[in-house]
Write a new protein. Structure first.
Length: 281
């Protein structure tokens, strides 16, 4: 057994547990989490939460003792043909939510393309929009976390690197998702870790089977999570590990697991963490 050498803050997507934030908080605390990642509350996405609801959510989380690791926004999960200001305007609302919940991190994506378009066709438009979003975030002291997601421009390590190098902003960093890489035919650690590690600031925890794309608990798929966790620990990573199990269902704006499956995912990840000398706190 490896002696603990790193401490990571454990978080998770609360709405994968239950729509009710009070239940979300109770389950996450029972699993040893100190933080929660907020994507929706009471069935309403963060991009549409009214200010009063955000304040009510903050009160619930404060009472539970949970802090917010990130706001998991849907920014950039739209067609790239929409005007630049469309997502910048939505980001302003999301930033107000992040500020109210006392987190500096906002998860985003890098746009879908039309059926007749190639990734290269949309590259310039993507970079224009990602640059505009990053400038808006920087102006408010927010760090955007780009999640590699199937179907968007930044779905493979090379294109994620292209975004990071082209935008070249400290307000834009990588939210690393092993399962999503598997689902686009990538071996995450083997093919992506070395080039993206300088930008990797947030770990989203899920695994997947390459042959089917099915999402499974950590270590049960082809996501090379063991190697990834080991390398991050050796590199001195001390950030968040956010559970996003997707074990019951997945849809355009997220996924659902339920308390039992969420617990299975949490315990599977905890086992890999211990094996690699990582303490989850």
């Amino acid at each position: 057994m490896t002696q603990p050498s790193a401490v990571w803050s454990l978080s998770g997507f609360g709405d994968e547990v239950d729509p009710d934030p009070a239940i979300q908080a109770a389950v996450l605390l029972a699993l040893g989490a100190s933080h929660i990642e907020v994507r929706s509350a009471w069935g309403t996405n963060v991009s549409e939460l009214e200010h009063d609801a955000v304040l009510r959510l903050k009160d619930i989380l404060d009472e539970s003792g949970l802090k917010v690791s990130a706001v998991a926004s849907p920014i950039g999960k739209v067609d790239v043909s929409l005007p630049v200001d469309h997502e910048v305007t939505r980001l302003r609302q999301i930033i107000s939510v992040a500020k109210a919940l006392d987190t500096k991190y906002v998860r985003i994506f890098s746009f879908y393309r039309g059926e007749e378009q190639s990734q290269e066709d949309i590259r310039e438009a993507v970079m224009e929009r990602m640059s505009a979003l990053s400038a808006e975030a920087a102006a408010h002291g927010i760090v955007l976390l780009h999640e590699n997601e199937k179907g968007i421009y930044g779905d493979t390590p090379d294109r994620v690197l292209d975004i990071m190098e082209t935008v070249n902003s400290p307000a834009l960093r990588v939210a690393w998702d092993n399962a999503n890489f598997v689902q686009v035919g990538v071996k995450p650690y083997t093919e992506g870790y070395a080039i993206l590690r300088p930008y990797l600031e947030y770990l989203q925890v899920k695994d997947a089977i390459a042959a089917t794309g099915e999402v499974v608990p950590s270590g049960e798929g082809d996501g090379e999570l063991d190697a990834t966790i080991s390398a991050l620990a050796a590199d001195g990573y001390t950030g968040f590990a956010s559970l996003e199990p997707h074990l019951a269902s997945a849809h355009e704006l997220g996924g659902y697991s339920g308390p039992v499956a969420f617990g299975i995912a949490a315990r599977a990840f905890a086992g890999l963490a211990v094996k690699n000398g990582v303490t989850l706190a």
